[in-house]
Design a protein around this ligand. Structure first.
Ligand code: SF4
Length: 401
């Protein structure tokens, strides 16, 4: 399993698979052909179906156009074998000769996989975690008396704490910027930012109503920042980037948890997200929103459980609840924008993560369905879902009435 830094990518929204991944691929391709003066990009499957709303074209043009003319072809009906989010880059010299042609896939969370890697079997993935199932890590915790974040520390080394510190700073800044911003989100749907009004209303209540309203407002703040192309952290994706910061920011302020404990909670959340990414998928285009907001909820539930002193078994239970009760969730962004239902869904999932923690904390951690089992069910459910519910904006809420 890769470093958890691959789950927490710092960058600009609105989509990790449709904006961050293509941007990264374009950058690497451009650097590989410095003599190119013209580029052609074919976008396939989901990338073509919702790329306009997700600003895929803008990301590609931002990178490639300083070097030459760019043509983008939208080929939504063509789906390549490896993954629905396929792209083909072609570079030309000044005489129109092809200099290079590469196929690459944006597989979720900002990660890209080149066709060359698939064909050669030589993966660029650097595996640093020997265990890739939560049940094995849980067993290690039970045997050693240690816990998830200590496993992260063992496998990653000291540097991860500096990186998680940076992640936490970007997450906090996104909440705080989002709570200040007002107005309508870009894209043409006319969606007004709501974080500030939720924050103001919540502040007027006391105890549990206030607490719940604040969590909503923090999740809305980050998701609205993402929708307007602001700087966020994938956790595990851009579309689901509001859930974990909302829970952590709320607990940090309301319970006074130290930054050190917040970073340890981030480490634990990262390992749960990483297990899903490794054994199933965090791509809405591949498995629907259960792989994005569902996984974010599981990560936030694990983080909350650890902060409240949950045992390794209770943490696993909280995460399992967070994902299990999002099984089957479709990805159907209206007009391909990461706004409806994405933004509200983040607020709901943040609240559900806290409920999952509460539910697990009343238990002794013993339960029937393991986290690993629910990950495998999520993967199968995602494959069984028709493509209209997997980031193509052809079904569900996105279907034109
Ligand atoms: S519906 Fe979910 S998976 Fe789809 S774009 Fe929105 S947040 Fe991402």
């Amino acid at each position: 399993m890769e470093s958890i830094s691959e789950i927490y990518r710092i960058g600009t929204g609105p989509s990790s698979s449709h904006t961050m991944g293509p941007r990264k691929a374009a950058q690497l391709f451009k650097e590989s052909v410095p003599q190119a003066v013209r580029f052609n990009v074919d976008l396939y499957g989901s990338l073509a179906a919702t790329g306009k709303g997700h600003l895929t074209d803008k990301a590609l043009e931002d990178v490639l156009s300083p070097a030459g003319e760019v043509t983008i072809n939208w080929l939504a009906d063509t789906v390549l074998d490896y993954h629905t989010n396929g792209m083909k880059f072609t570079a030309y010299d000044k005489d129109g000769n092809v200099l290079s042609e590469k196929i690459v896939f944006s597989v979720g969370g900002g990660k890209i996989v080149w066709q060359d890697e698939i064909e050669s079997g030589e993966s660029s993935v650097k595996s640093i975690y020997p265990m890739k199932r939560i049940s094995d890590i849980l067993e290690w915790c039970e045997k050693t008396g240690r816990t998830y974040w200590e496993y992260v520390d063992d496998c990653e080394g000291e540097w991860i704490w500096d990186y998680l510190h940076e992640v936490w700073e970007v997450m906090k800044a996104a909440v705080e910027r989002g709570l200040e911003a007002e107005g309508v989100l870009p894209g043409g749907l006319g969606v007004r930012r709501k974080a500030v009004s939720y924050y103001m209303k919540a502040s007027g209540y006391s105890s549990s109503l206030k607490s719940r309203g604040l969590v909503y407002s923090y999740a809305l703040a980050v998701s609205e920042e993402n929708a307007s192309g602001g700087m966020i952290v994938t956790a595990p994706t851009c579309g689901s980037c509001g859930v974990l910061p909302a829970v952590l920011y709320h607990l940090y302020l309301s319970r006074g948890f130290s930054e050190k404990r917040i970073l340890r909670a981030l480490a634990t959340a990262g390992i749960f997200g990483n297990v899903v990414k490794t054994n199933a998928s965090i791509s809405g285009a591949e498995v629907g929103c259960q792989g994005e907001v569902g996984v974010a909820c599981a990560m936030a539930a694990a983080a909350a459980s650890q902060l409240f002193g949950g045992s390794p078994a209770q943490i696993e239970y909280a995460a399992e609840m967070g994902l299990e009760h999002h099984l089957g969730l479709t990805c159907d962004p209206v007009c391909g924008l990461v706004q409806i239902p994405c933004i509200e869904r983040n607020a709901y999932a943040a609240a559900r993560a806290l409920d999952s923690n509460l539910y697990a904390s009343f238990s002794d951690g013993v339960h029937s369905v393991s986290f690993d089992r629910v990950v495998s069910v999520m993967k199968q459910t995602g494959h069984d879902l028709p493509s209209v519910y997997k980031e193509t904006s052809q079904g569900g809420l996105a279907a034109i009435e």
